[in-house]
Ligand binder design. Structure first.
Ligand SMILES: [Zn+2]
Length: 314
């Protein structure tokens, strides 16, 4: 009897040790394999952010169920706004951040936080450096205070072009043709990539991009889109866009000088990529360089004020 009890005790200890050893092996085999150097198609979402690492659960799950090969052709649905990595200071604040730091295209982004929850609006000027009203309005907007939400202002997107007074400088690609033209495409240049990334990082809801045309869009002889609002279609964007255009036009007596409401910013533009691929409510606001500079700056600011006002931010 004593012998049998001794034998049972020995067996129990051996079993416990074997189980512990198995756990040890399992743990070691999973360590260091969380991030794959070449993520399979379903996991490329993480490549959007250099600071994101892949969650390890899928690795475990596929190991357990062996269903990964079936799933890899069905990548997870990309969330509209996948990158909420910005850590906001408490209360109202204004922070200036540089995009494309260390390059000739370095430019300042102003992040104006009300300290209260609300929409995130980004207003951009100077994508084309010869469209003066946009960046001049941007320099005023960067000092705005808002009552809720967050306002991002990028007054001089293409600083080199602004400094030279040209659409884009020799050797550069037109900045408004550098943005993604497909859902998984990337922007063409460091500057455009960082502007596009800012839309995701700050969870931008609305984008207004300030431009100018050389002639009035309502003139049949003109192919310019001056004096127009060009939006990427969504019902709420159309509603605000119509209000802006109607408000502008109520103060303009000459019919050909009135604003047009147009759709579909061109492919490769910031506004198109933001609307089509990031779900941002976006539009381009175009004044006409045949008007005086003060009139054009005033139009840009009025449009910005209407947008912020309609969102309860001003
Ligand atoms: Zn332009």
């Amino acid at each position: 009897m004593k012998k049998v009890r001794h034998h049972l005790l020995f067996c129990s200890v051996t079993l416990i040790l074997a189980v512990l050893a198995l756990f040890q092996i399992w743990g070691n085999s999973n360590s260091g394999k969380i991030i794959s150097a070449n993520p399979p198609p379903g996991k490329q979402l993480a490549a959007l952010s250099p600071s994101l690492s892949l969650p390890s659960m899928n690795t475990y799950w596929s190991r357990i169920t062996n269903t990964y090969s079936a799933n890899k052709n069905n990548p997870p649905i990309i969330a509209k706004k996948p990158l909420a990595t910005d850590t906001a200071p408490a209360g109202a604040s204004v922070v200036k951040k540089q995009l494309a730091t260390g390059t000739r295209d370095a430019t300042d982004l102003y992040i104006i936080r009300s300290g209260k929850s609300g929409p995130v609006v980004m207003i951009v000027g100077g994508v084309h450096g010869n469209e003066t009203a946009g960046y001049r309005a941007g320099r005023i907007l960067r000092d705005y205070q808002i009552s809720r939400g967050t306002l991002l202002v990028l007054p001089e997107a293409n600083t080199r072009a602004v400094n030279q007074g040209v659409r884009y400088v020799s050797g550069q690609k037109d900045l408004n043709r550098c943005f993604p033209t497909s859902r998984n495409g990337s922007a063409d240049t460091r500057l455009s990539r960082e502007i596009y990334y800012a839309l995701k990082k700050y969870n931008v809801d609305w984008l207004m991009d300030m431009h100018e045309g050389y002639n009035y869009s309502r003139l049949k002889s003109s192919s310019s889109v001056g004096q127009s609002l060009i939006y990427y279609p969504s019902s709420s964007t159309r509603e605000v866009a119509s209000k802006v255009v109607n408000n502008m036009n109520s103060g303009i007596n000459t019919s050909y000088r009135k604003f047009s409401l147009l759709r579909y910013p061109t492919k490769g533009s910031l506004s198109r990529a933001a609307g089509q691929y990031l779900g941002v409510k976006s539009f381009i606001f175009e004044t006409c360089s045949r008007d005086s500079l003060s009139t054009r700056i005033n139009y840009q600011l009025r449009a910005a004020n209407m947008l912020l006002g309609s969102l309860g931010m001003k």
